[in-house]
Design a protein around this ligand. Structure first.
Ligand code: AMP
Ligand code: MG
Length: 416
């Protein structure tokens, strides 16, 4: 028996208040920066565009020379040559002169506008202009997109393809980003065997190392696998925990946290350093035996072995910590509303989470069908689910037809 369960909200608050150290930053090539989070403000070292440039193909002019030009009464300018794209113009545009110019080419001295080719006729060394332009027309001014020394992106901005494009325009080849928090994963239990190996009688394959590693990646972390350790080998377990604590930012274990004789993880965590275990036993279903420790300044989440429980508790309590460490401000949960397809019961006095699959009813509304059906050990329940609903600790059941807020798993499909 647990001496005392703390409420789910209390557990969440204790975890929220952990004073976690930032994971530091590294510099990565721009080509692999998408999906990473900036570790400082980015100030532009240049003006974008770097020079006044033509935004259309046509003829660059002094705008005043085109005044009065009309369809039936064109202004005639002297064509002096062509401004080359990619070259610093060596010409200067004088009165009643024009130079051919292509989109993106620099505006030469003297000129202040571009007449679109569509509004001109070129005849030998003359250009007839059928429409007047004003100063600045069809010209993008230097620095009009981004000014030199302007802060383009703030610290902790999540990079994506579009933002990487801006950084390329500024000429950055390398970008400072937050390191991925490294999460050490340890599976415990004498019955657990690594997939790919022969499965002896009485053993089961390790599920948690894989579900949790995937969930860690989805939360912006990097999973570091420390393998499977028997729960009857205290010394081995101590050693691996110690290694994981040294090499990673957060440690996540699964199994061996309940109160049976083989549930040794919390005791070992307590022996590794102060403050040790700060949470053990939470009024939540599934996941009650959950333990949280702080050892050598690093958080350790000791999750229950049951695959559904460990993954759900990861989602509820560990994911937010990883998102914070990874600098992901936008780690907002995706939610949708759906009507419960049948009555569901809460565990007495415990915050209860029920995984649900979603389908669209005849009325066009989403229906949430609980997939747990009491067998929390079945991993298929988790795989079939698109999300979960939360039931309060103080209501024995929630009625069929009740409109619920469904928190969606990261990759949930079929939801508008
Ligand atoms: P425990 O929390 O160690 O009592 O484990 C609860 C249940 O989850 C037991 O049936 C274990 O066999 C199972 N279990 C523990 N660890 C894993 C794992 N890594 N993969 C699959 N099942 C596990
Ligand atoms: Mg076990």
């Amino acid at each position: 028996m647990f001496k005392k369960l703390i409420s789910f909200d209390e557990a969440k608050q204790i975890i929220d208040e952990l004073q976690l150290e930032s994971v530091g930053s590294e510099v990565v090539p721009l080509g692999s920066a998408s999906g990473r989070v900036l570790s400082s403000d980015v100030e532009s070292p240049v003006d974008v565009p770097p020079f006044d440039r033509a935004t259309v193909d046509g003829f660059t002019v002094r705008a005043a020379d085109t005044y009065g030009a009309e369809e039936h009464d064109p202004v005639v300018l002297m064509l002096k040559g062509a401004v080359e794209i990619g070259e610093q113009p060596r010409c200067s545009v004088g009165k009643d002169e024009t130079w051919r110019i292509a989109t993106g080419a620099p505006i030469p001295d003297g000129a202040d506008a571009v007449v679109m080719v569509e509004n001109t006729t070129e005849k030998k060394s003359e250009v007839q202009v059928y429409r007047a332009v004003v100063k600045g027309e069809n010209v993008m001014k230097a620095g009009s997109d981004i000014k030199k020394e302007q802060v383009v992106f703030g610290d902790r901005t999540l990079l994506n393809s579009r933002r990487v494009g801006v950084l390329a325009a500024l000429g950055f080849a390398m970008i400072p980003v937050l390191k991925h928090p490294r999460i050490g994963l340890i599976s415990t239990g004498a019955e657990i065997v690594k997939p790919g190996e022969r499965l002896p009688p009485g053993k089961i394959y390790d599920i948690n190392a894989y579900t949790l590693a995937s969930a860690i990646t989805e939360s912006g972390g990097e999973a570091v696998d420390f393998g499977i350790v028997r729960d009857d080998d205290i010394e081995a377990l101590k050693k691996v925990l110690q290694e994981a604590l040294t090499a990673t930012d957060v440690v996540v274990t699964s199994g061996g946290v309940s109160v049976g004789p083989k549930d040794v993880v919390p005791k070992i965590l307590d022996s590794l350093g102060k403050p040790g275990v700060i949470i053990h036993g939470v009024a939540v279903k599934p996941g009650k035996p959950l333990a949280v420790a702080v050892v050598q300044g690093k958080p350790v989440f000791a999750l229950p072995g049951n695959p559904t429980s460990s993954l759900l508790i990861f989602h509820l309590l560990v994911r937010p910590v990883l998102l914070w460490l990874a600098g992901r401000k936008s780690g907002k949960l995706r939610v949708t509303n759906a009507k419960l397809s049948r009555r569901v019961f809460s565990a007495k006095g415990r915050r209860t989470y029920v995984t649900v699959s979603l389908s669209k009813g005849k009325d066009g509304e989403w229906a949430a069908l609980p997939v747990a059906s009491g067998q929390s050990g079945a991993i298929t329940t988790m795989a079939m689910a698109e999300g979960y609903v939360e039931l309060p600790e103080n209501a024995p059941f929630t009625e069929e037809g009740q409109l619920m807020r469904v928190v969606l798993f990261e990759d949930a499909e079929r939801v508008d």
